[in-house]
Design a protein around this ligand. Structure first.
Ligand code: CNA
Length: 278
């Protein structure tokens, strides 16, 4: 943004002005958009970070290209790489980060309108964000079904297969079973399309830990009204954030970013207590 263009809603494009806006009571409907970067400090690698990201570490799976591990046509031919990965990232062994607790805090304050997450790790739920506030845009490991006859498959059974690194098959038709996470080539859940207009109703938009490269999710921050402040908390600048009149960039680690924001709002003690209990 051209520095000479004044902000429309905030007094200034800085953290203090943002905190004043939040504390003024005008902020009642926050939308949060998240990706893998809010879970890396929990120990779950993201996709695209060089060296540490999953895509950089998939060579051992002998994939034709990294994204193939989440490609539905590839999965039908060769489900093994996906199940190798599922063994590593299956929910249950990771603890939510303070960034997840920050979203819960927004809910506790009564100002969370909706969380849109691309993550499949269920850590938002574990941090106590209620189901009706979450749109899991790329599905999650919470349910699984047969890709042929769509029959649901029991959770206990898939857990056994994932632990044993074996491939589950439908009890009815012997088709391949897949957790209901959205693969490339699959439709997003209906909840995404039912809720994608909500950023228009928001008075604050927080984008955290995502490269904003996967559509249609990546377009959500553009759905906000022009004067709605948008905050990016991420290691790198992404998706045109910073070009709006009321955009604020908190570049760096997500956990540090939410702590800075919470501190500026006078919420840091509360946030740390909430996280400690999680
Ligand atoms: P991505 O493309 O890997 O991007 C991650 C972004 O977060 C990058 O911009 C990083 O710079 C940034 N980042 C990484 N660590 C931190 C940190 N500690 N603090 C601040 N920023 C950080 O991931 P996206 O979510 O954007 O991509 C969409 C995919 C990734 C979705 O379909 C997810 O299902 C998928 N994914 C999910 C998980 C999970 O559930 N935890 C893990 C890996 C991939």
């Amino acid at each position: 943004i051209d520095e000479s263009v004044p902000p429309q809603t905030l007094k200034a494009r800085d953290l203090e002005a943002l905190a004043d806006y939040i504390k003024s009571g005008k902020v009642k409907n926050v939308v949060v958009m998240t990706g893998a970067g809010i879970s890396t400090s929990a120990g779950i690698p993201d996709f695209r970070s060089p060296d540490t990201g999953l895509y950089a570490n998939l060579a051992r799976l002998n994939l034709p290209y990294a994204e193939a591990v989440f490609d539905i046509s590839y999965f039908k031919e060769n489900p093994e790489p996906f199940y190798t990965l599922a063994h590593e990232i299956y929910p249950g062994k990771y603890r939510p980060t303070i960034a997840h607790s920050f979203i819960r805090l927004l809910h506790d304050k009564g100002i969370l309108l909706k969380l849109f997450t691309q993550n499949i790790d269920c850590l938002e739920r574990e941090a106590g964000v209620p189901d009706d506030k979450i749109v899991e845009a790329h599905g999650s490991f919470a349910r699984q079904s047969c890709i042929e006859c769509h029959q649901p498959y029991p959770e206990d059974d898939i857990k056994q297969h994932i632990a044993a690194k074996s491939i589950p098959r439908c009890h009815e038709c012997k088709g391949l079973v897949k957790p209901e996470i959205v693969f490339f080539g699959e439709q997003l859940p209906a909840a995404f399309f039912h809720n994608r207009h909500l950023p228009q109703d928001s008075d604050l938009c927080i984008v955290m830990g995502t490269s904003l490269t996967v559509q249609p999710f990546a377009s959500l921050p553009e759905m906000t009204r022009t004067a709605t402040p948008r905050v990016l908390i991420n290691k790198e600048r992404v998706g045109g954030l910073g070009s709006g009149t009321d955009d604020i960039l908190l570049l760096g680690d997500c956990d540090d970013g939410v702590k800075k924001l919470a501190k500026a709002c006078g919420w840091l003690g509360e946030l740390e207590k909430l996280w400690a209990k999680t």
